[in-house]
Design a protein around this ligand. Sequence first.
Ligand SMILES: Cc1cc2nc3c(=O)[nH]c(=O)nc-3n(C[C@H](O)[C@H](O)[C@H](O)COP(=O)(O)OP(=O)(O)OC[C@H]3O[C@@H](n4cnc5c(N)ncnc54)[C@H](O)[C@@H]3O)c2cc1C
Length: 277
Amino acid sequence: MADRPAPRKRPVHHLLVQRTERLSPHMIRVVLGGEGFATIVNNDFTDRYVKLLFGQPGVTYPEPYDAEAIRRDFPREQWPTTRTYTVRRCDPVARELTIDFVYHGAEGYAGPWAANAKPGDPLNLMGPSGAYAPSAEADWHLLVGDESALPAIGSAIEALPAGVPARALLLVHGEAEEQKFDTAADLEITWLHGDSGADLVAAVRALEFLPGTVQAFVHGEAGFVADLRGYLGKERGIARELLSISGYWRLGKNEDGWQAEKRETRLREEAEAAARA
Ligand SMILES: Cc1cc2nc3c(=O)[nH]c(=O)nc-3n(C[C@H](O)[C@H](O)[C@H](O)COP(=O)(O)OP(=O)(O)OC[C@H]3O[C@@H](n4cnc5c(N)ncnc54)[C@H](O)[C@@H]3O)c2cc1C
């Protein structure tokens, strides 16, 4: 068997909280910066995301911080916990990276961390990666999501070409969670209030599609995302390359549980495809 190339080492950036802001009852903005910003390589994807690394309480990791070495040398229960977040803004002049965290209660790592964050707090992260940006080729844009996707959808809205038609359907807990976005696009936003993914699916099904080619960005709780994958992909026939769709989180599962479920599903589907071939 040919030797596998060694996995590429992903650099870890060491940032410090500069300031925080409560954007709305459920949304906390954390602005990060400091010397560690120098190692960040920005990209043009509007859904660019980073992997935040939360150390386990009482565990001290050796300096310089080396994620691979930690995984090699520490027992699994002492590995840092990883959480995935969109980069809402990356400002190379101010040397700041902004992340908007949904505060969904006292459970979890990232939400509670953001609620308690104060200037000077350290945060290690990897990335950013990304995959989507509004294409100038599309005739119109569809943006669908819940509060966890607001940072990515807000960035997409702000990057839309002037005058291009766009429809956004956004599920937030209440009017106080609605945000304003700067755009020159011909944008109509429908805000839905509450936590019912079914309402969001119904609203997307009721939407009158505009003429021409649509590019769609659909992210948020995995349940409604799965329903919309079938509708937009199969029923509406949106081509794969024009449809950015994935569950950002799963009701009742933490990120580790949700990522494990996604991995298992992918492996099962690959095995089924191989058996059919
Ligand atoms: C590419 C990508 C980009 C993302 N960008 C953002 C972002 O910019 N902002 C953001 O807030 N989230 C974002 N998310 C979602 C975020 O990663 C998850 O919500 C994550 O589970 C939160 O981690 P936690 O430690 O706070 O909670 P966890 O420990 O993962 O979960 C604890 C409990 O809270 C529930 N829970 C998790 N998220 C939510 C939620 N949003 N609402 C209600 N209940 C929840 C879980 O089901 C679980 O029961 C993104 C996810 C991905 C994959």
